[in-house]
Design a protein around this ligand. Structure first.
Ligand code: NAI
Length: 425
């Protein structure tokens, strides 16, 4: 029987208090979720819904979960990474009316999937994922639930890729919103959130400077763009590696050096992978790296830096700082891997994930998507759906209001001009 977080902790009461403090701080800086909370409390748009979630269980996520419960849902949650759960936050969340948390830090693979299985016990009508583990688990182990599932929401690029592959294979049997892909998420969370929090966590975990170093960013997608820009802003030299010719050119035009990883390997001081792909840094690269190189991953899974290769090459390994594993090679070089090659901004000992304001936007989109599924699920066939533009705009408007930023309105003439095709010089 999988235990809830309250059953796993020695002192759940003090954990709850510590977690609540983190949640209160986050909540105070999440104006979008605060605005939605008012309408969710008044209208209870999720009354009668049961939501199964697998997400990074830290303070911002907890504010989202509480909002869903305020909206009338019964919620059960597990982690989506064994190291990103904060037990105190999980305990505080478990104490919220209508919420059960099975998320616990440092679980092994069996316990990780046991927690997901326990969450399915809520008998879900809606799922919310970060990485698609819940939706794949339900398809594999509980297909009997699919007829009752109104839909789900997916938070990250890797999860959306997995869902699109399922859909291409005809294996996705209920509607999923690609929350990741909508502007209010990708352009802020992936770019600014990952850029700031990955570099901040590398700096905090190592207590070393980024300035004056060469930072190699693998992948110039949304996350890579953010990491490259912020690293350059911190006075690093930046090298980008890519496999897509257009993204490589984009990085080149932004002024970064672009080269294959094999070449970048001997140039870099800090390596950050952001590809969502596997084996991006492998044996041949480790062979070229300088003594003391720092290796960090910001992609969803811990497969981007090939740690099996590194393990085989190492004559010894030791933890040189909390969250930094040193691999000593036979020629005496030492390579340092942060956060076990897992998401450096979420899985390190000091990691807190993205800045609060960024997650307010991402989770604002999650909340309105859950509301949409509860109200209008019949409009969505099984498969991957873009978030409707009206929902993305709604979240943007709330944020602008909260920031006290006014923008112009289209006049009727402008609207007509933009919509017509029969005008010329
Ligand atoms: P994206 O699809 O925009 O970018 C990935 C880029 O990597 C693409 O340009 C692709 O061409 C490139 N790439 C693929 N294989 C490569 C290889 N072998 N070498 C070099 N480049 C390669 O994806 P996005 O949104 O940037 O997400 C990347 C990863 O980060 C995903 O796993 C996503 O789930 C994760 N993510 C992590 C966050 C965090 O908090 N750390 C936040 C948001 C996303």
């Amino acid at each position: 029987m999988t235990r809830t977080i309250a059953e796993r902790l020695d002192d759940p009461a003090s954990a709850r208090a510590a977690g609540r403090r983190k949640m209160d701080w986050a909540e105070a800086h999440m104006p979008i979720l605060a605005a939605l909370r008012e309408s969710f409390a008044a209208d209870e748009p999720l009354a009668g819904e049961r939501i199964a979630m697998a997400m990074h269980v830290e303070a911002k996520t907890a504010v989202l979960v509480e909002l869903l419960a305020v909206g009338g849902a019964e919620v059960a949650i597990a982690g989506c990474n064994p190291l990103s759960t904060q037990d105190d936050v999980s305990a505080a969340l478990h104490a919220v009316d209508g919420v059960t948390s099975y998320a616990s830090h440092g679980v092994d693979t069996d316990e990780y999937y046991d927690a997901i299985e326990a969450v399915v016990g809520v008998d879900p009508t809606i799922t919310v994922d970060d990485g698609a583990d819940m939706v794949t688990h339900i398809h594999d182990e509980h297909p009997e639930l699919i007829p009752q599932l109104k839909g789900g929401c997916e938070e990250t690029t890797t999860g959306v890729h997995r869902l699109r592959s399922m859909a291409d294979d005809g294996a996705l049997d209920y509607p999923m919103f690609a929350v990741n892909d909508t502007p209010m998420k990708t352009l802020f969370d992936n770019v600014h959130g990952t850029g700031e929090s990955a570099l901040a966590n590398i700096a905090m975990t190592t207590n070393l400077s980024v300035a004056g170093k060469t930072v190699v960013v693998a992948g110039y997608g949304y996350c890579g763009r953010g990491v490259a820009k912020k690293a350059a802003g911190m006075n690093a030299d930046v090298i980008v590696t890519e496999v897509d010719p257009r993204r490589a050119l984009e990085a080149h035009m932004e002024g970064y050096d672009v080269m294959p990883m094999r070449e970048a390997a001997s140039e870099g001081d800090i390596f950050v992978t952001t590809t969502g792909n596997r084996d991006v840094v492998t044996r041949a690269d480790f062979e070229r790296m300088a003594d003391g190189a720092l290796l960090a991953n910001a992609g969803h899974f811990d497969v981007e830096i090939n740690l099996e290769d590194l393990d085989e090459m190492a004559v010894s390994t030791r933890e040189v700082r909390d969250g930094v594993q040193e691999y000593e090679l036979s020629d005496g070089r030492r390579l340092n891997v942060l956060a076990e090659g897992r998401l450096v901004n979420l899985a390190g000992p000091l990691s807190m994930g993205h800045p609060v304001e960024v997650m307010d936007q991402s989770f604002g989109v999650q909340a309105v998507c859950a509301r949409e599924l509860a109200a209008n699920h019949a409009d969505y066939d099984p498969g991957v759906h873009d978030v409707p533009d009206r929902l993305d705009r709604e979240v943007a408007e709330v944020k602008l209001d909260a920031e006290d930023i006014a923008i112009d309105d289209l006049s009727d003439e402008q609207r007509e001009y933009m919509d017509s095709w029969d005008h010329g010089t």
